[in-house]
Design a protein. Sequence first.
Length: 145
Amino acid sequence: MLSRKSPLYGRATTLIKLRQLSYGALTEIFPTWSPAERVIGAFWTQYRGKAVQLDVVAASRREKRLFIGEAKWGEEPLSRHILADLVERSRHMPQVAEGWRAEYALFSRGGFTDAARQAAQEIGARLVDLPQMERALFKASRAET
């Protein structure tokens, strides 16, 4: 998940020293994604002169399926607007326009508002807060040693 080029690679974050992890080690965050069929990274494009960025994108070419996520490090809970904006920005990906199935996730340090939780439930989006990320990374780092 974190490559050597990542600004967080090798830094102590909470009680976990981050290092490069295999994709398969993160099954808690990506439970339905097989390491054999994924491509993971980010997405940037220009749309009508405006930059469009998606923080996390995983793709299964075989299943024509996408996992699209947004990460926020602020201390305020994320609102339903952040999820709606993510869905709207994802429509500029060629695969979404071609009809690939998209699954969404928000990653947040500050948690989520009740409205964001409701919106996520309505579209089947995953909400991952900081304690969940820490548990998943700790578990993955233990599995890798």
